[in-house]
Design a protein around this ligand. Structure first.
Ligand code: COA
Length: 355
């Protein structure tokens, strides 16, 4: 209630890498990649940082919305590949983009980041603008939600099963408080423990100066392996610092998680899937979207499919696809738009809104 999308935009790095380019790096082919994923090319950040891409996307989104940088009260940045841990990615972007009045922080919900970020931002906006709250809380009239990834930094470029899937980029959306807007109609968020590490990327801690005990190197999953679920995990599968993935199992889970989230958000919003004008799913694999569409009995034409030119851009994916849908004239005032995400964690979710 009360929030409306005022503008959105995306930013892609300059370098385009085609499937033929990929076939010069690993044993693959354009035919295999297109048939199994729908991906034709992706963009890779060579010189661009997350700060560069996100700031550019935000500047374009604010211009589309007709809102000044200093009017932004909140910046939520969703990423799994921040330029630095401290300051947070959001703090770096705030400084670069000149969002001088925004409170800023990061949120990691992997590829479902957009849904979680929108939930947090709209909830903060609604509670701060509720009658009588503006003196107790930071009033949030304008919020920017940005997803940005430089996944090329955490890809194992020798693993053909995963390196062909991902790309870099940023997507941003500007939300404006508007008493009369219906805005967010419903949402659905879900977590499922990923005890088998179907999707993982290890954090690496160098403990060479750690003065207690004899640990030299520790990783996120080595911490997990000492825990109660140790029997589920195989230390040999840790590819430290790069994305590890059990493709087929992720595929199976993703198609049903996507269908479940879409159905639940519609149920909570009191509308039928048939009444949704456009569905903007996470762009992980065109075949996942097709499977979910079949399960939901919704024609593919109602889905925004953008993966062909960008690959899977994780937290940026849904916001970049939303921008494509707006640019293509697929989203008009009053339309019902369903955003759906799924990814590492395992996380999944959907948000139904009125444009
Ligand atoms: N090029 C050519 N062959 C490849 C390949 C590539 N890039 N990647 C894998 N293969 C091969 C495999 O080695 C295997 O060969 P084999 O039969 O000789 O053993 C064969 O293709 C089939 O592999 P499989 O894993 O069954 O393929 P798939 O149809 O499941 O497609 C993915 C693989 C990764 C595209 C698919 O499982 C997928 O998209 N999973 C979800 C991934 C995802 O979305 N992750 C992020 C979620 S947010």
């Amino acid at each position: 209630m009360g929030c409306r999308i005022a503008g959105c935009a995306k930013e892609l790095p300059d370098l385009t890498v085609t499937n033929d380019d990929m076939s010069r790096i690993v044993d693959t082919s354009d035919e295999w990649i297109v048939k199994r994923t729908g991906i034709h090319e992706r963009h890779i950040a060579v010189g661009e940082t997350c700060t560069d891409m996100a700031s550019a996307a935000i500047t374009k989104a604010l211009a589309n919305a007709g809102i000044q940088h200093e009017e932004v009260d909140l910046l939520v940045c969703m990423t799994i590949t921040p330029d630095t841990i401290i300051p947070s990615q959001a703090c770096l972007i705030r400084a670069r983009a000149g969002l001088s009045n925004a409170v800023a922080f990061d949120l990691n919900a992997a590829c479902t980041g957009c849904i979680y970020g929108l939930e947090v931002a709209t909830s903060m906006m609604e509670s701060s603008m509720a009658q009588g709250s503006s003196e107790q809380k930071n009033p949030i009239r304008h919020a920017v939600i940005v997803g940005v990834e430089r996944l090329s930094r955490i890809i194992d470029w020798t693993d053909r099963a995963s390196c062909v899937l991902f790309g870099d980029g940023a997507g941003a959306v500007v939300l404006e408080w508007d008493e009369k807007a219906k805005g967010i109609l419903s949402s659905f968020l879900k977590n499922t423990d990923d005890l088998d590490m179907l999707l993982s990327c290890d954090q690496h801690y160098d403990l060479s100066t750690f003065p207690f005990g004899d640990a030299q190197v520790e990783t996120g999953s080595s911490i997990m392996w000492q825990g109660p679920n140790a029997s589920h995990l195989d230390p040999e599968r840790s590819t430290c610092g790069s994305i590890g993935m059990e493709g087929q199992q992720v595929f199976k889970w993703a198609s049903s998680a996507m269908a479940e989230a879409a159905e639940e958000a519609c149920k909570r919003g009191g509308i039928s899937l048939e009444d949704v004008d456009v569905i903007i799913p996470h762009q992980a694999n065109e075949r996942i979207i097709r499977f979910a569409a079949k399960k939901l009995k919704v024609p593919m034409e109602r889905f925004q499919v953008s993966i062909g030119s960008v690959g899977n851009t994780s937290a940026s994916s849904v916001l970049m696809a939303l921008t494509d849908a707006y640019d293509a004239g697929r989203v008009n005032p009053g339309d019902k738009v369903l955003l759906v995400g799924f990814g590492g964690g395992l996380t999944s979710g959907a948000m139904l809104l009125e444009a």
